[in-house]
Design a protein around this ligand. Structure first.
Ligand SMILES: Cc1cc2nc3c(=O)[nH]c(=O)nc-3n(C[C@H](O)[C@H](O)[C@H](O)COP(=O)(O)O)c2cc1C
Length: 261
């Protein structure tokens, strides 16, 4: 099983990295896994210029020639992906944000079905949970199956002064959260990676496809949805949905059709 951690840490001596290493050890306790790190700070990644060529005409037209696709390929070949970052001013670091901005087209044209995502945030004190929420929604929109991420408040004093040795009590506290996440992550990796959509996910899919189906302009998203047969399918992938969800989906389809008459 291939796991990859996309690391947004800025510093070499990073608490985030230390936590991800603990997560790796936990996962390896369960199963044979191949765990790789991508530290964005070591990659050549230029800043998104906001030209929107990727969104409107296709990602291959991105004017930036750098390591973006190397990272994307590694994610494509992984089964499980961890988005990891320190909390910087209540958000991900600029390194991870830039990578996600550059990947915004995948939120329009999702590709990561069958891959399990989670997020881990390291922080000094406050605000990490909303970063998990943000990362988990991005992961879901790009197609991933998401295990709700966690925030670890690092032991006092270790955030800024590189105190890398934690007391046993501190280590235990962190390990307990990491263990719970590892258990869920492994279970999902070896379980059903194409789960039935929740009502919310079904709603997002039906609204997205409706907006493309009835759109007046012939952009890349339309073609993408059309080529995959998504204008007529129940969901992005083959799955059985119950009668209640089926009816709910039909209502959204009818509403969209009426609205665009
Ligand atoms: C510029 C900057 C902004 C930060 N903002 C927050 C914050 O909003 N909330 C918080 O709890 N910790 C904040 N921290 C603390 C870091 O999240 C914490 O030190 C984390 O462990 C750093 O991870 P790293 O060692 O991987 O860099 C901030 C640290 C820096 C350097």
């Amino acid at each position: 099983m291939k796991i990859i951690a996309i690391m947004g840490n800025i510093r070499e001596n990073s608490q985030t990295k230390k936590i991800i290493q603990m997560f790796q050890v936990e996962l390896e306790r369960y199963k044979q896994i191949d765990f790789k790190y991508i530290e964005l700070r070591k990659m050549n990644l230029q800043l998104c210029r906001g030209c929107a060529l990727c969104l409107e005409r296709g990602e291959e037209l991105c004017p930036l020639k750098d390591d973006y696709n190397i990272i994307l390929d590694k994610i494509k070949h992984a089964d499980g992906i961890i988005l990891a970052t320190p909390n910087y001013a209540l958000q991900v670091t600029h390194l991870l944000k830039n990578y996600l901005d550059r990947s915004a087209y995948i939120m329009h044209r999702p590709i990561f079905f069958g891959k399990v995502f989670t997020s881990i945030v390291a922080q000094g004190a406050y605000g990490g949970e909303s970063i998990n929420k943000y990362l988990d929604s991005v992961s879901s929109m790009i197609g991933g199956v998401v295990i709700k991420g966690i925030t670890i408040t690092v032991p006092e004093g270790s955030a800024y002064n590189n105190r890398n040795v934690w007391s046993d009590l501190e280590t235990n506290r962190v390990e307990n959260s990491i263990k719970r996440l590892a258990r869920k992550f492994i279970k999902q990796l070896y379980g059903n990676r194409y789960p039935k959509p929740t009502l919310f996910k079904l709603l997002i899919f039906r609204f997205a496809r409706g907006s493309h189906k009835y759109s007046k302009c012939d952009n890349r998203d339309n073609k993408y949805f059309k080529e995959r047969g998504w204008f007529h399918s129940e969901y992005y992938y083959d799955t059985k949905i119950n009668i209640f969800k089926w009816a709910f989906g039909m209502l959204i389809d009818i509403y969209q059709k009426q609205k665009n008459k």
